[in-house]
Ligand binder design. Sequence first.
Ligand code: 4NP
Length: 161
Amino acid sequence: MVTQSRMGVLFVCLGNICRSPTAHGVFETLVAAQGHDGWLTVDSCGTGDWHVGEQPDQRAMTEAGKRGVALSHLRARQVRENDFFEFDYILAMDRANLRHLESIKPSSFQGHLGLFLDYAPEPGIAEVPDPYYGGEEGFTQVLDLIEDASQGLLQALIDAR
Ligand code: 4NP
């Protein structure tokens, strides 16, 4: 029998209450639905610490719920050095958070650190816009972008396996 190692994916935004928990829930749901949860681990965190311990933003939970994705079990946490040893793919929602991650990345990190939307099928929008201070339509766009990129990411991970 071949022993297959697990692959870890970590989604990162600023507060870990809007974008990255949405990506966490959407991707985790997709992974389970397609039977890949045996080898893929999914998590999320924020570069900031303001919302540590909190549930995702109610607007994110509502929008995700409309698409059959539960987020209520998630709690915000801040990125930590060990994440670079535990996760193979660390995917930022925008360039500001990517720069932050690059600034704290241990030199021994062997994984992939980049933008989540690089996996979206349609090039164009490079960053998931921060919806926190806007209206509900911002959360609809966040879900649309995340659903599209999640399909591309899963296929890329299957190919890289
Ligand atoms: P997120 O959104 O990074 O997608 O979780 C934000 C949540 C909170 C804040 C900023 C962005 N904040 O400034 O508190």
